[in-house]
Design a protein around this ligand. Structure first.
Ligand code: SF4
Ligand code: SF4
Length: 182
């Protein structure tokens, strides 16, 4: 049985994404062009419909939000110029803030990425990888790529912090003070 219509949820998504959800008439073009439809538990056009119907819990707990690659194919294909990828971003952030992350490994990767940027001002790949592996136990993830990328200098073994790290910290602090959740 579906939950009752959550008008606040619809208003929040519309305000944060600056998109008019009512324009979606379920043509399915976004789903037809989405490269991750094969992996989604709910196709992107159905996510749009769930949001229109104010189905907050079902929307924010779906795996698709965490598998979206933000490729913007959906946005490009929408005949009503709805920025669907932006809506997916907004929903993922809402899900994160409310503690829903059914694809844990993806969230762990994001957490590790953000921590690395906050600490060094840019990504320190080896550190990110170490954190990801320690938190997920996925020791062999992309292991086969190491012999190819290390000789090309694509995987720095020491961090190279940016100048002005304090400015980076200010950005993160300001985001948190404005109610953003990391
Ligand atoms: S942005 Fe996400 S939902 Fe849209 S087409 Fe790309 S992967 Fe699919
Ligand atoms: S392409 Fe646009 S109008 Fe069509 S289903 Fe997707 S969001 Fe709705």
């Amino acid at each position: 049985m579906s939950a009752s219509f959550d008008a606040d949820f619809v208003a929040q998504v519309q305000a944060a994404s600056e998109q008019n959800l009512a324009l979606c008439y379920q043509c399915g073009n976004c789903t037809a062009g989405c490269p991750y439809t094969f992996a989604y538990d709910i196709p992107v056009n159905q996510i749009m419909r769930l949001v229109q119907a104010g189905q907050k819990h079902k929307t924010l707990t779906c795996k698709s939000l965490w598998l979206c690659a933000t490729c913007e194919s959906c946005t490009t294909r929408c005949p009503n110029d709805i920025d669907v990828a932006r809506i997916m971003d907004v929903l993922r952030h809402m899900a994160r803030c409310e503690g829903h992350a059914p694809e844990r490994a993806v969230k762990v990767f994001w957490d590790s990425f953000l921590e690395s940027v906050r600490k060094h001002g840019r990504v320190f790949e080896a550190g990110l990888l170490a954190k990801y592996v320690a938190r997920t136990g996925r020791v062999w993830t992309d292991f086969d790529l190491a012999p190819r990328i290390i000789p090309k200098g694509k995987l720095a073994l020491k961090p190279h912090p940016i100048q002005g790290l304090g400015e980076m910290e200010k950005i993160f602090k300001r985001f948190e003070e404005q109610g953003g959740c990391l």
